[in-house]
Each structure stands twice: as C-alpha cells, then as structure tokens.
Design a protein around this ligand. Structure first.
Ligand SMILES: CC(C)(COP(=O)(O)OP(=O)(O)OC[C@H]1O[C@@H](n2cnc3c(N)ncnc32)[C@H](O)[C@@H]1OP(=O)(O)O)[C@@H](O)C(=O)NCCC(=O)NCCS
Length: 323
C-alpha cells in the first residue's frame, strides 16, 4: 500500500528574540509567572519584511534541500496558517511564487493550532489517493501581528516561526513497521469557538482583529481532547504508549504537554519540548519541534513518532508516523 513518507524537514525563525524579561518592560508580568504557568522563556517575533510567506518559504527551502529535491519535484503545497499575508490569495500561492513554481496546486488550511496535523492528514489523503506524489506541508505563523500587546493574559504566550516537511509516496506492507503516516485522526467542535478566537474578520468587522482567549477554559478541555485523539491512534494501529519513540506535541503550554504525556504513560524523556524556546507558534510549532529533534539526532529513521495538537475551534487531532 502507498504510505506518505517524510523525505525532508526544515524550519525558519525570525531574527528577533524576545525574552520574558523584555516583556516585563511592556506589560505587567514577570519571568517567574510566565515560566511557572507556561514553561515559555523566550519567543521569536517577526520584524519588518518577515511575514508568514517569507518564513514559510525559508522553511520550505530548508526541507527541500534536506530532501535533495527542488520545487520542480513538488506536486502540491499545503500551508497551515491562521495568519496569512493577505485575506486572499492563500499564502501558499505566495510561497509557490517565491519558490518559482508554476505547476501543481497550493492552498492554505486553517485549523489554528491544529493546522499542521490537519495539513498532514490532508497531504496523506492526497498521496494515498494518488492525487499527488510529493507534498510540501508547511506550518507558518506570525501571531505577533494579531496579538493585543496590551493584554498580558495572551501576549506572553505566542511567537512567530515556520516549519516544513516534504512527504513522498512510498511502498509499504500495510503494517505498523512501514515508514510513513500510519494513521491520522481529526476532530473539531464549533460549540467552543468563542473560547479562543480573533475578534475581527473580512465578513464581520472588515478588520483583522486581535486574538482573544479564555485561557482557563482552553486549559480545562485540552488534556482530555488530546488524550482522546491519541487513544484513537493507538486503537486504529494496535500500538500502545510503550511503542512510541517520540511524542512531538503542539507546543502551547508545558503544563498541558506534561499532563497529556503523564495521562498517556509516555515518559518525559520521550517528549520533545520547544515551547521554552519558541512559545506557542500555532500551526508552526510541531514542524519546528520536529526540525529541532530530527536535526540534533534524537528522531532517527524508523522511529515511531506521535504528533498531536489542540487549538481554536476547538480543533484537535493526532498523526502517528514512522520516521
Ligand atoms: C493562560 C494560562 C497560562 C493562565 O494560567 P492560569 O493559571 O489559568 O491563570 P489565570 O488565568 O487563572 O490567572 C491567574 C492570575 O494571573 C494573572 N495573570 C494573567 N496573565 C498574567 C501574566 N502574563 N503575568 C502575570 N499575571 C498574569 C491573572 O490576571 C490572574 O490574576 P488574579 O488572580 O488577580 O485575577 C493558562 O490558563 C493556560 O495555559 N491556558 C491554556 C492556554 C493555551 O495554551 N492556549 C493555546 C491553545 S492552542
């Protein structure tokens, strides 16, 4: 059977680092509060000329280089983002143009912090359905541009960045020993849409708006939703927490990550953490974390890697893959 195999990975971060101490000068907060409540120590913030598309392009080029491929080899670009350069066209076509690609198709996918998991599941369906042989899956965000920098309850949490994977069709036996995506599970429940949202948009206010969040409400639902969708991945494949080499979670909050891993029985040494370095980069956080752990040699070919995310909507999902 056809499997969607990771062929390359890459990432890009803005030049400017903003530490918790830097934020102390901006809002009524402390490094201690932020570290204790979230695990975040710093984040990268896009400067002039740095946008979702420019960061996405840089991550895509890094992933293509690592795969030994060029844009000519790619059939489809899927960009997971909630912070596009423009309301339309999709920032994916901006990246397509920046890569000098005139063939294939490119589109954005909007599932907020679950965007990368949604994009991976979609790319997998394209590849297994024979619609594409190679898909560039990108998560890129500039949440700093939709943050209310006077709201201390949200502005300390988010950062900017981009990460990308090249997925390629490969042959598998249909067992969990195959390389590639083994299973993907997506969920959403719009009843929760006002717990984490942006208070503007083209069809309502005609403005871009700012991120608003009931942090405690999000926290309350997160661990249950995440563990539920991971149990689905285990059930679908007959795997258990003991089989997992690496859990690469969406990096929103250290306490949510630790709570989910503990509930599932995945030991801390198997969990990739980058929230301290990047903050919450929404759809970019998983590919940024994959890039860190695969670049430094932690994630190796053949490892069983579990991705999970939960975010605005609410949306949530999991992807189980063999690297
Ligand atoms: C946002 C979050 C860190 C807040 O932590 P919390 O323990 O729930 O804190 P609360 O919201 O109860 O606030 C506790 C106090 O800290 C204060 N506070 C909020 N932000 C603060 C900040 N940046 N610095 C200092 N104090 C802050 C609050 O005003 C409140 O003060 P009060 O008790 O005097 O009213 C936590 O709710 C969380 O992580 N939620 C999930 C958010 C998330 O991950 N979202 C993205 C999902 S993709």
């Amino acid at each position: 059977m056809i499997r969607s195999v990771v062929r390359g990975f890459g990432a890009a971060l803005p030049k400017q680092v903003v530490t918790n101490r830097d934020l102390e000068a901006r809002v009524d907060t402390t490094d201690e509060w932020i570290v204790q409540r979230t695990g975040i120590r710093q984040r990268y913030i896009a400067g002039e000329g740095e946008t979702t598309a420019s960061l996405g392009e840089a991550a895509a080029r890094a992933a293509l280089d690592r795969a030994g491929l060029t844009p000519a080899d790619i059939d489809v670009i899927i960009l997971a983002t909630s912070t596009p350069d423009n309301t339309f066209p999709a920032s994916a076509v901006n990246i397509q143009a920046r890569l000098g690609m005139h063939h294939g198709a490119a589109f954005d996918m909007q599932a907020v912090c679950s965007g990368f998991v949604y994009a991976m599941a979609t790319a997998d369906a394209y590849i297994r359905g024979g619609l594409a042989r190679r898909v560039l899956v990108i998560g890129a965000e500039t949440f700093s541009r939709i943050i209310d920098w006077n709201d201390r309850t949200t502005c300390v949490l988010f950062g900017d960045g981009a990460g990308a994977l090249v997925l390629e069709a490969g042959e598998g036996d249909g067992t969990t020993a195959d390389r590639g995506i083994l299973t993907a599970h997506l969920r959403s429940d719009g009843a929760h849409r006002e717990k984490l949202y942006v208070d503007g948009g083209p069809s309502t206010t005609g403005t871009v708006g700012h991120l608003r969040m009931e942090g405690r409400e999000v926290f309350k639902h997160a661990v249950g939703m995440i563990t539920d969708v991971i149990e689905q991945a285990f059930d679908a494949t007959g795997t258990t927490a003991d089989d997992i080499d690496w859990l690469v979670p969406h990096q929103a909050n250290r306490r949510i990550i630790d709570g989910s891993a503990k509930k599932l029985g995945i030991p801390p040494e198997k969990v990739v953490i980058t929230v301290d370095l990047h903050g919450n980069t929404s759809a970019a956080s998983i590919p940024l974390a994959l890039n860190e752990a695969a670049s430094d040699g932690r994630i190796k070919q053949g490892d069983l890697v579990l991705l999970e995310a939960m975010g605005g909507g609410f949306t949530w999902g999991s992807v189980l893959l063999r690297w």
